[in-house]
Design a protein around this ligand. Structure first.
Ligand SMILES: Cc1cc2nc3c(=O)[nH]c(=O)nc-3n(C[C@H](O)[C@H](O)[C@H](O)COP(=O)(O)OP(=O)(O)OC[C@H]3O[C@@H](n4cnc5c(N)ncnc54)[C@H](O)[C@@H]3O)c2cc1C
Length: 196
């Protein structure tokens, strides 16, 4: 913040600013955190995107399968998870499953793409041919979100109860956030990762 501006808008020095940020975070004065904005270009499977875009306080523009031919790119997990024994919101990795499970996912996805490409080559509209594609198909979107709402995303999605795949993305996003807003991030952690 430049000090060549109105005194009310100027920084009172790093220590005072840090104290204020921690106070605001602790006491839920969230609107102050709406003035910093992040923009990402995200590539993720559709089933991850579906959870992601539930975060309504943000702006999204996604590549459209009505107009673009979707690339033959789909996500195949490298592990199997089973339901958590007590917590319905969680699943746990189970390495006792045979590799065939993952091969089954890969084979079914590849078959869907083959049929998709066959329909396109017959002249079927892209918006119709795409309905064959599975939810592990990759999609891409621009995502613009203010700091307050991003903290809400991190609170909910970089958490043990969130789906493993979205956590992988949320961890990376949190790393980017720390680099750009370390003081605000420290205040968020100090407040128990509770978004203001
Ligand atoms: C572990 C987990 C499990 C989930 N399970 C399900 C599920 O089974 N089914 C399902 O449908 N969703 C599920 N969700 C999605 C969840 O209900 C939220 O839609 C999603 O996490 C976005 O959170 P949000 O509404 O706080 O974010 P945003 O939509 O970005 O909203 C941010 C904040 O703005 C305010 N706000 C936004 N819109 C409104 C509004 N219309 N009215 C009042 N206040 C508003 C609220 O304070 C909200 O917290 C799950 C999420 C998680 C993390």
């Amino acid at each position: 913040v430049s000090n060549d501006i109105e005194p009310e808008a100027a920084s009172k020095g790093p220590e005072s600013d840090e104290r204020l940020i921690r106070y605001l975070m602790r006491n839920g004065h969230g609107s102050v955190f709406e003035h910093s904005v992040f923009r990402f270009f995200v590539k993720a499977p559709i089933f991850v995107a579906r959870e992601w875009i539930r975060h309504r306080i943000s702006s999204t523009n996604e590549v459209s399968g009505r107009y673009a031919i979707l690339k033959n790119e789909f996500y195949v997990p490298d592990h199997v998870r089973v339901p958590h024994p007590t917590n319905k919101q969680q699943s746990v990795r189970d390495d006792s499953f045979p590799a065939e499970i993952l091969e089954l996912i890969e084979g079914a996805s590849a078959a869907s793409f083959r049929e998709y490409e066959a329909l396109l080559s017959m002249g079927v509209a892209r918006e119709m041919a795409r309905i064959l594609l599975p939810v592990n198909t990759y999609t891409k979107w621009w995502w613009t979100i203010n700091c307050r709402s991003l903290l809400n995303f991190l609170m909910l999605r970089n958490a043990p109860t969130a789906m493993w795949e979205i956590v992988q993305y949320a961890e990376v996003i949190e790393g980017m956030f720390v680099e750009r807003m370390p003081v605000t991030h420290a205040a968020f952690v100090e407040a128990g990762r509770r978004a203001p």
